[in-house]
Design a protein around this ligand. Structure first.
Ligand code: C5P
Length: 265
């Protein structure tokens, strides 16, 4: 597949046309921004960590029945995706109160939100992404009621699958932002799902493992992204070492086990 003209350049990703009109290439750049672009940096390898984690999640979600734009990785920071007509909504799912919901409403940080809370913002930097409600979304013709229902159902499905997956790695999925688009009549998950768009806390220590490290100067953001990307994409769950089997009682059995162990080495 041939990469063509630049179609769009955002704060951390660029989107290119290809020689196939239904396929685009998303390039995850090394740029990182926060506070509506008020804080900006370029951090080596940041793009490839986010691309790798996004690809891992998209593949996992597709396997679990969630339709996404993901086709394949082209290299460690470029992804081939299905061309979608993007819907300018930021769909945020919150399992635990943190960030703007704590600043704007009387929630205490860390309070569990059960059932999860879906907040939908209008994706418009000039208006600072104001919060919408269902009536506004339909009145603005951003989505039909049926599309809105499909979007919310997909967002909750993503939440169920990723919360369970991350829990196995000792990570709490606090909240995350999704963007959706249309491919014909089908709603598909687009954009990215990465440390830039999620809030992740270590389950035990509550240490931030996401862009909050950059936003609030909590430490070395690249060290965190490297560590968390490894934790997420390592599919083996982090568990205590399995208990050793009780030694067989019969002498012959003990011999067999010893022989097997020697062979392995
Ligand atoms: O800032 P706030 O608490 O509203 O963010 C909620 C979640 O959505 C966070 O995980 C944040 O990283 C993500 N988000 C995003 N892009 C935005 C706004 C929020 O990825 N423009």
């Amino acid at each position: 597949m041939k990469q063509g003209k630049l179609l769009y350049s955002g704060k951390a990703k660029s989107v290119y046309l290809t020689d196939d009109r239904d396929t685009l290439i998303v390039e995850f750049r090394d740029d990182i921004t926060a506070f509506d672009g008020g804080k900006k940096d370029t951090l080596k390898n940041k793009g490839s960590y986010n691309a790798g984690v996004s690809a891992f999640f998209f593949e996992y979600l597709e396997k679990h029945g969630v339709k996404t734009h993901f086709i394949t990785m082209l290299d460690n920071h470029r992804m081939a995706v299905r061309r979608l007509q993007m819907i300018p909504l930021e769909v945020i799912v919150r399992n635990v109160a943190a960030g703007s919901i704590v600043r704007n409403y009387p929630f205490k940080e860390g309070m569990k939100l059960s059932p999860p809370v879906i907040v939908i913002d209008y994706k418009d930097d000039t208006r600072h992404d104001p919060m919408l409600n269902d009536d506004l979304i339909v009145a603005l013709k951003l989505a039909t009621p049926a599309e809105l229902k499909a979007i919310k159902n997909a967002a909750l499905a993503v939440n169920r699958h990723l919360s369970a997956l991350l829990a196995k790695q000792g990570i709490l999925l606090v909240d995350f932002k999704l963007e959706f688009g249309r491919q014909g009549k089908t709603i598909r998950l687009g954009d990215e799902i990465s440390m830039d768009s999620m809030r992740l806390w270590d389950t035990k220590t509550k240490e931030s493992l996401d862009k909050d490290v950059y936003r609030f100067n909590k430490g070395d953001v690249m060290e965190t992204y490297n560590r968390v990307a490894g934790r997420i994409t390592n599919t083996a769950p982090r568990r205590a070492a399995p208990k050793k089997k009780a030694a067989p009682r019969k002498k012959a059995g003990v011999k067999k086990l010893a022989a097997a162990k020697t062979k392995k080495r």
